[in-house]
Write a protein that binds this ligand. Structure first.
Ligand SMILES: C[S@@+](CC[C@H](N)C(=O)[O-])C[C@H]1O[C@@H](n2cnc3c(N)ncnc32)[C@H](O)[C@@H]1O
Ligand SMILES: [Zn+2]
Length: 387
């Protein structure tokens, strides 16, 4: 079997040639080069996190595969006491050991475990950082994560089951995440917010409040970093203000986020065009980013080697995080809904609506302007064009 030597960040890795060419869950691939951006962002976030700690941090990677992530954490994040590397597959751990050896990681800096991820977490708790990076949905691992995370610890959670979350399989979404997704121009954002709601529920049931530090959608995955705190009262506050529903008009694109309520008592008539409103949720209607973290993560790109895609994504999110609206517009959806003969340029919209770009799609923008103002601005622009 021919082995290929790869460098990602500052870590070296040897993988069979076929691994890089063809990746599926079935062929038991333990290194996915497409997830380098995911790992880059993890390192950047952890480099910010360790600065707020006055002691070295304890890290867990319960689904470690090749251990590339753990090795990068040990090499690229200062002040890490130890990384606990776990995988259920002995084959994966073979690769993990090789990666540790290849990178000459000191044996005192890691422990290797071969357990189910949940058993591992409960046996080894507590951790300052837990990374959940499964094939598919992370729901299997959320309860143990909530139980094993130390006070003021962070969990980084990946979901690759974006299809149910993004309304391709609404029944699966309801079963798995107990929420209704929606087919609209910002379905990915809705999916990410449903995932955050699900993660939050696992913490809230134990009276643990959370804050979303960073989240994003990229290619075929969603990723969320949450930080945990203490206090049932704080949970009550978050439940009141940050979990709710999205109301949405498929005809004129009106949208509105409302706190958790009995939807049967809500008038589901679009206040702008009178059409019947659709809805999505329950979902997270709070912030998707802690702007301080985003700013500091962007600065950290100067100090470590990350992919150009990571830098690009972070640049857009730095701008996007300044306007944390629920939902965004896209030029093409506005064109379809308003039956526009020509489409306004993004530059024009960004300027006149004080809008920002979104990382979810290149043609998307967020604005604090009311829906009426958005429609008026575009209509005015077009009448100006036809004069
Ligand atoms: C997507 S890979 C992890 C990739 C890795 N975190 C990275 O950054 O490269 C998922 C891994 O989870 C392991 N796995 C699946 N179910 C598990 C379970 N219940 N407990 C522990 N490991 C499990 C698989 O063997 C596989 O190696
Ligand atoms: Zn409407």
């Amino acid at each position: 079997m021919s082995l290929l030597r790869i460098k990602e960040g500052s870590a070296l890795l040897e993988v069979p040639q076929k691994v890089v060419e063809h990746i599926t869950e079935k062929n038991e691939v333990f290194y996915n080069p497409a997830m380098a951006v995911n790992r880059d962002l993890t390192i950047l976030l952890l480099r910010v996190f360790v600065k707020e700690k006055d002691r070295p941090i304890k890290v867990a990677e319960p689904l470690a595969a090749s251990a590339i992530r753990s090795v990068r954490i040990l090499k690229e994040v200062p002040n890490v006491e130890k990384v606990y590397i776990n995988d259920l597959s002995l084959e994966a751990l073979k690769y993990a050991r090789k990666t540790l050896e290849l990178n000459q990681i000191d044996a005192s800096k890691y422990e290797i475990w071969n357990e189910d991820a949940n058993v591992f977490l409960l046996k080894t708790k507590y951790f300052d950082y837990i990374d959940i990076d499964p094939f598919g949905s992370p729901v299997d691992f959320l309860d143990a994560t909530a139980k094993a995370l130390a006070h003021r610890g962070i969990a980084g959670i990946t979901a690759t089951d974006t299809a149910p979350l993004s309304a391709t399989y609404p029944k699966t979404c309801l079963r798995r995440y107990f929420a209704k997704p929606i087919e609209n121009e910002f379905y990915h954002e809705v999916g990410l917010r449903i995932l955050i709601k699900k993660i939050a529920e696992y913490f809230f049931q134990y009276d643990i409040p959370i804050e979303v530090l960073f989240s994003y959608s990229y290619l075929h995955h969603f990723r969320v970093f949450v930080k945990r705190y203490r206090g049932a009262r704080k949970v009550d506050e978050i439940l009141k203000n940050k979990i709710g529903f999205l109301l949405y008009c498929h005809k004129c694109l009106y949208r509105s986020a409302l706190p958790f309520t009995d939807l049967r008592n809500i008038d589901l008539t679009c206040p702008v065009c009178g059409h019947k409103l659709d809805w999505a949720g329950p979902l997270w209607i709070g912030e998707l980013w802690n702007t301080d973290y985003v700013e500091q993560m962007a600065k950290e790109t100067k100090h470590i080697e990350v992919k150009d895609e990571t830098k690009k994504l972070l640049t857009v999110i730095s701008e996007e995080s300044k306007l944390q609206t629920v939902g965004f517009y896209t030029i093409s959806s506005l064109g379809r809904a308003l039956k526009l003969p020509t489409l306004p340029s993004k530059k024009f919209l960004l300027k006149t609506l004080n809008a920002v770009s979104t990382h979810f799609t290149g043609e998307g923008f967020r604005t604090l302007a009311s829906h009426k103002k958005v429609i008026e601005t575009i209509t005015r622009y077009l009448s100006g064009k036809s004069n």
